[in-house]
Design a binder for this molecule. Structure first.
Ligand code: ATP
Length: 276
């Protein structure tokens, strides 16, 4: 099936080339290759949402650190943006699972620091921060401290903060963890909104949650380990399969969870986990 939406995948925005990481003498990631291309949609500012999925212990967190520029691979490279710069903390925003914020500063203060870090003057930083607070439905909480926020509000502040201080590219660790279905749908909407604020915005979501990933992503990377001719597992994870949800017409639909093909794909991926 092909998408009912018009789109094209064009220039490379992220490239993992032969990335290998060994820990304690054991290969965790082995010669891993993957590419994110710019999704171009006529008349729309459309970003990219990639889900990084795999069974527990496969190496998702390790790859998350590599993508964030926080862990240098033993060999290979991660290049981001149209200019192919090496991934580094200033270029890549990181939304960790615990939504790290400065607890002794207000919500507005947290955002202003991030914006200044990106080189804005005080006045510009305040204006940009107020814009994000408005966009993320947080304007009424500007003067509150992080401990006075709900989990969902903290997550929105953390995303806004990272959007303010990094260029075009966010990695998020387990954004759906511990949420009920309604909260998941709110986060799903927020992710879609963020991905549509700038054409080059790319979000990479590291998650265990297959249903949520299929609901929100345009591409899924499935991590797993290869087997040798005798059937023995070869140490070190690779990206075994890239699933294009645009081609399957399973992206950008607000009613995705009820569309034909959605449940089938969720089950197909869960079935693959067992053998990865
Ligand atoms: N600092 C470390 N030293 C040695 N081994 C490590 C280290 N960090 C991770 N590992 C090993 O690397 C492998 C991958 O771990 P990682 O945390 O990346 O997996 P994961 O897919 O994120 O797991 P989960 O889904 O359970 O969080 C595991 O076998 C783990 O034991």
């Amino acid at each position: 099936m092909s998408s009912e939406f018009q789109f094209e995948r064009t220039g490379v925005l992220l490239e993992l080339q032969n990335v290998s990481v060994t820990r304690g003498g054991v290969p965790v990631l082995r010669d891993l290759n993957a590419t994110v291309r710019d999704v171009v949609r006529p008349g729309m500012s459309q970003g990219q949402v990639v889900g990084l999925l795999g069974p527990s212990g496969i190496g998702k967190t390790t790859l998350f650190h590599v993508l964030a520029g926080l862990l240098k691979p033993d060999s290979g490279s991660v290049k981001v943006g149209a200019e192919g710069k090496p991934a580094s903390p200033g270029l890549v925003g990181v939304v960790a699972q615990n939504y790290v914020l400065f607890e002794h500063r207000s919500v507005l203060g947290n955002l202003v620091i991030a914006a200044k870090q990106a080189g804005m003057t005080g006045e510009q930083a305040r204006a940009a921060s107020l814009k994000y607070l408005e966009r993320f439905g947080l304007a009424a909480h500007a003067e509150k401290y992080p401990m006075q926020l709900s989990g969902g509000q903290r997550q929105r502040v953390a995303i806004a903060q990272q959007l303010l201080c990094s260029e075009l590219y966010l990695v998020m660790d387990e954004p759906f963890s511990g949420l009920d279905v309604i909260q998941q749908e709110n986060v799903q909407r927020l992710i879609q909104e963020v991905s549509q604020t700038h054409e080059h915005n790319t979000l990479i979501l590291v998650t265990h949650d297959v249903s949520a990933a299929v609901a929100v992503c345009d591409t899924i990377w499935l991590m797993g380990r290869e087997r040798d001719a005798a059937g023995a597992v070869i140490p070190g994870a690779r990206i075994m399969e890239e699933i294009d949800l645009l081609e399957r017409d399973l992206a950008w639909h607000p009613d995705i969870r009820t569309r034909p093909g959605y449940i089938e794909l969720v089950n197909e991926i869960k079935g693959k986990f067992a053998v990865l």
